[in-house]
Design a protein around this ligand. Structure first.
Ligand SMILES: [Zn+2]
Length: 114
């Protein structure tokens, strides 16, 4: 066995279906739903954010129509902030409620988990 390097596991506080606001970059100011979180890359895929137009070839076998499709590209997690329903984009805090640990808004203290 070689020397095992402990990978610093960065905790990601953004989850799928969260609403986030883009704080920096080309699409700054846009809000969208999180489609996918890529923790290893430190990136997140947000609906309608960082879209690129892609030409799609028709493929009748797979029922794909040709044309131009929009596709999102992942953006760095540090570029987005979770949106609190009351305060807007906020920093995330943590709180233990009974058995579970939930994410809370650092401003108003509201629970951000459903
Ligand atoms: Zn709040």
């Amino acid at each position: 066995m070689g020397t095992a390097t402990t990978k610093l596991h960065k905790r990601v506080d953004i989850r799928r279906n969260d609403t986030v606001k883009v704080m920096t970059g080309r699409d700054r100011g846009k809000e969208g739903r999180v489609l996918r979180v890529l923790p290893d890359e430190g990136r997140v895929l947000v609906e309608h954010v960082m879209t690129v137009k892609k030409h799609v070839r028709p493929n009748p076998q797979r029922n794909i129509k040709g044309g131009i499709a929009e596709q999102e590209r992942a953006i760095p997690l540090s570029n987005v902030a979770l949106v609190c329903g009351t305060c807007g984009p906020v920093r995330i805090g943590h709180e233990v409620q009974g058995e579970r640990k939930v994410r809370v808004c650092k401003k108003c203290g509201a629970t951000l988990d459903k």
